[in-house]
Design a protein around this ligand. Structure first.
Ligand code: ATP
Length: 361
């Protein structure tokens, strides 16, 4: 089946920092790709989120935004700079955490792939980190009310980590299915020599689920050792599954090893909903200068189209995702790159160059 008669409704949350620069670049590229492949254009639904929403709606993630997202097919989320919000918002669960929790987006899929011909710490890196998104050692995800962090007195702070069999089974299945569709290798990352019960359960349940996937080769490493293995030989890994905090840290490292944190995309997904979100944060140090790399956001949007295409059996959307990837790769191969990759091209200039490559293809 190709080209839905009714347009996709995709939410658009620009967020803070470099968000208002990289999200429009991704929109321009998606529009160009859908036009080039003959797919029905997207009906974009801009929604308030982040610092500006505090001023207009009294919350960085207004209830009206969550309600409106529920009515969309999927959405693009820009980064947020929640560390800079005034209290009480700074201490609350941040906007992307809130959205992930609200919609049960348990899988954060974060590829790190080096571009041919571009600089990379480990050229040939082509791996995917599958990060459990709903619990683990990010205490703010772990409670029905409150944040899972508390201070019994002014000089004592306690954080709660949680690992449950149910959540590990779900993320492990997603990771094994992905590994089966790629090079058939899965690495479990944990710290079961110290966090014996919690990350030990994570490792053991992943191994159990592995019994259902005999064609996938499995190994496991401690998180600290894994940082060394990635720097030395990231090109040897295929799919990596880990808990929330380890996955967050490891995916920044993997992105930079593959060339730049600015090229690392991701989607957050449940079985029936998905959100595109770059792996990096709001980069306030470079915001407003039109120098941020929009590749991560653009490729996150491509992952979202791929996810929607697979879910709806819509070949036009899958084709559009492929066209975007090829357009980004072709643009980078021509030396058109932003400063973090050693070039001089602006954020908006890069987006235009990819859209032009796609339209001409
Ligand atoms: P968060 O807590 O939201 O992850 P952070 O400040 O800890 O935010 P990032 O915002 O991801 O982390 O930034 C880390 C570094 O990477 C900064 O120096 C930033 O400028 C750089 N960086 C992040 N994203 C990009 C990008 N798209 N293009 C270029 N540089 C980027």
């Amino acid at each position: 089946m190709t080209g839905h008669a009714t347009p996709l409704r995709l939410g658009l949350l620009e967020g803070d920092g470099i968000g208002p620069e990289i999200v429009p670049a991704a929109v321009a590229v998606v529009d160009a790709a859908l036009a080039a492949t003959g797919a029905t254009p997207v009906d974009w639904v801009p929604l308030p989120l982040g610092r500006s929403a505090i001023d207009t709606h009294g919350s960085p993630i207004p209830a009206s935004t969550l309600d409106a997202l529920a009515e969309t097919d999927a959405w693009l989320l820009g980064p947020h700079d929640s560390a800079a919000y005034p209290e009480p918002y700074r201490s609350q669960l941040n906007p992307s955490g809130t959205i992930r929790k609200h919609f049960g987006l348990f899988a954060n899929i974060r590829p790190a792939k080096a571009f041919e011909g571009a600089k990379a710490i480990v050229p040939g890196t082509d791996l995917v980190i599958v990060r459990e998104n709903t619990q683990g050692f990010y205490a703010d995800r772990n409670t029905f009310a409150g944040t899972g962090e508390f201070m019994p007195d002014a000089n004592t702070a306690i954080a709660m980590g949680i690992i449950t069999r149910d959540a590990v089974e779900k993320i492990a299945r997603s990771a094994f299915e992905l590994a089966r569709s790629r090079r058939g290798k899965l690495t479990i990352v944990h710290k079961a020599n110290v966090l014996r019960l919690t990350t030990g359960l994570f490792r053991d349940v992943c191994r159990e689920i592995g019994q259902e996937f005999p064609e996938v080769e499995v190994d496991d490493f401690h998180i600290d050792a894994m940082t060394v293995h990635l720097v030395r030989r990231a090109d040897a890994f295929d799919v990596i599954v880990t808990e929330n905090m380890f996955g967050d840290i490891l995916s920044d490292l993997a992105g930079e090893i593959a060339g730049s944190l600015g090229i690392a995309p991701s989607i957050n997904a449940s079985l029936d909903r998905a959100m595109a979100q770059a792996s990096h944060g709001s980069a306030p140090d470079i915001a407003g200068r039109d120098i941020a790399n929009p590749i991560a956001m653009i490729l996150s949007a491509a992952m979202l189209l791929q996810w929607l295409g697979a879910k709806r059996d819509d070949a036009a959307l899958i084709k559009a995702a492929e066209v975007i990837e090829a357009g980004v790769e072709g643009t980078v191969a021509n030396g058109v790159v932003t400063p973090d990759m050693g070039g001089h091209v602006s954020t908006s200039g890069f987006g235009r160059a990819v859209a032009k490559t796609i339209s001409g293809s």
